[in-house]
Design a protein around this ligand. Structure first.
Ligand SMILES: Cc1cc2nc3c(=O)[nH]c(=O)nc-3n(C[C@H](O)[C@H](O)[C@H](O)COP(=O)(O)OP(=O)(O)OC[C@H]3O[C@@H](n4cnc5c(N)ncnc54)[C@H](O)[C@@H]3O)c2cc1C
Length: 414
């Protein structure tokens, strides 16, 4: 690039930082802005769960996890696939391993060493950080408008990437405030909705004593979809991998009212096998002890069986086996967006050109969770954030080269 162009990255999460790295490597002078006093707070929070970076399954299976995804998202992940993300983490000194579920984690099982080493690499590439800068949109004359604790400031760059995240866990920085700013500029933003999120179930106080207890290796069904995994009991409902994996179906069902899901407490046994064990004589054992030993269910699962039958467990072995295989639970809604792991909704990929530039806003790009795609937990979220951030960084570098060559008009509004 002959004249050194400048780029603003707004949002110091994984999508913004990988774009910053890509741009700085292309010789662009990059400034990263974030409203928080330190970068990548959500990535650090994800690290508390071990930092599930991506998944080791075959790429086609991996891509199937993105429900109803725009083909462009899938093509973008193909260009920055899981093995490339793993190689990138390893180059930062973070060895990875594949867990029993096929999920990929850094050996450190947290994000802080990876982030430290990444920030050092970015500093080496000359990337500047302006933290505590809350982006508020554009000034009347088209500069980027920020507010800091002390004052309002403005900045001009040759291109800008919005990598502002979704709307979950707003205290970590991403509060979805950008949706109105883009709508005001005519961008067709889909409403942000909680995803990978707890659901509420109307149940009695009896369940509260099992708050936080996992039901492992269960299966949860809604209509014709069944997801295996873990379900965790909360005071007001359920969370965990199997619940998150049903989010798209739950969202559709809840749009029409409450949804009944069926929990299979013993998916590896048939109803016939369970009934046979339940026909064995109970002797003097309490019902709870008998169930625990004969069909190997936990006390929390037994409370759940009682809850579903209002304390009147069927006495007949076959009926009890059938109940164990399909405990009906009425889901009344999603718990708040504040504690969702991610959000669905955002900027549809159809609003972006092939470089990830907003079609109606030359020089303004978007990437990461703020784009309208949805995926379950399992490493799919970070993978898509990294892949779209990388693609947007490459797209911006290409755009800036064209501006330099006079083949693209710089946008006066940037
Ligand atoms: C508890 C938890 C655990 C998770 N675990 C995993 C996991 O193990 N694996 C996985 O794949 N995913 C996980 N995720 C999801 C993953 O962390 C996110 O999908 C990912 O961080 C999104 O990246 P992003 O760069 O798009 O946005 P973010 O990481 O949200 O970063 C956006 C940045 O933009 C800044 N910002 C927002 N608005 C403004 C503004 N107006 N002005 C200035 N700055 C602004 C924010 O401060 C933030 O730093 C988890 C999420 C949570 C909440």
């Amino acid at each position: 690039m002959s004249a050194r162009k400048t780029a603003a990255i707004i949002g110091a999460g994984p999508a913004g930082l990988i774009a910053a790295e890509r741009l700085a490597q292309a010789g662009v002078a990059v400034t990263v802005y974030d409203r928080m006093p330190s970068p990548a707070r959500k990535l650090l929070m994800a690290g508390r769960g071990g930092l599930n970076l991506t998944h080791s399954e075959p790429l086609d299976t991996f891509l199937d996890r993105y429900a109803d995804a725009d083909q462009r998202l899938l093509d973008t992940i193909r260009l920055f696939p899981p093995h490339r993300l793993v190689a990138w983490a390893q180059a930062l000194g973070q060895a990875t391993f594949v867990g029993t579920s096929g999920r990929v984690f850094p050996k450190a099982m947290k994000a802080s060493p990876l982030l430290r080493s990444w920030l050092a690499r970015l500093a080496g590439l000359g990337v500047a950080f302006r933290l505590g800068h809350h982006w508020r949109g554009w000034t009347g004359d088209g500069a980027l408008a920020f507010s800091t604790a002390a004052e309002d400031v403005s900045a001009r760059h040759d291109a800008v990437l919005l990598a502002l995240g979704g709307g979950s866990w707003p205290r970590l920085g991403s509060d979805g405030g950008w949706t109105d700013l883009l709508r005001e500029r005519g961008v067709n933003v889909s409403p942000l909705q909680p995803s990978n999120c707890a659901v509420t179930v109307a149940w009695s106080h009896h369940m509260a004593r099992h708050e936080g207890e996992p039901l492992k290796r269960v299966a949860l069904s809604l209509s014709d979809k069944t997801k295996r995994g873990e379900v965790i009991l909360t005071k007001t409902g359920l969370e965990g991998g199997a619940v998150y994996a049903l989010a798209p179906e739950l969202r559709r069902a809840l749009a029409e009212g409450a949804a009944t899901v069926y929990l299979d407490l013993r998916p590896d046994a048939t109803a016939g096998e369970l009934a046979e064990r339940l026909r064995e004589p109970r002797g003097k054992q309490s019902m709870a002890n008998f169930l625990r030993k004969s069909i190997r269910v936990t006390p929390a699962a037994i409370t759940l069986l009682n809850e579903a039958t209002k304390g009147k467990l069927p006495q007949d072995a076959q009926a009890l086996a059938a109940l164990t295989k399909a405990v009906p639970l009425t889901v009344t809604g999603f718990a708040g967006i504040e504690r969702a792991i991610s959000t669905a909704g955002g900027v549809p990929l159809s609003e972006l050109d092939e470089r990830f530039m907003v079609k109606t806003m030359p020089g303004v790009f978007a990437a990461g969770e703020m784009l309208d795609w949805d995926a379950p937990t399992g490493g799919y979220l970070l993978q898509a954030c990294f892949a779209t951030g990388f693609a947007a960084g490459a797209g911006m570098a290409g755009y800036l080269t064209q501006v330099t060559a006079g083949q693209e008009q710089p946008n006066p509004a940037v």
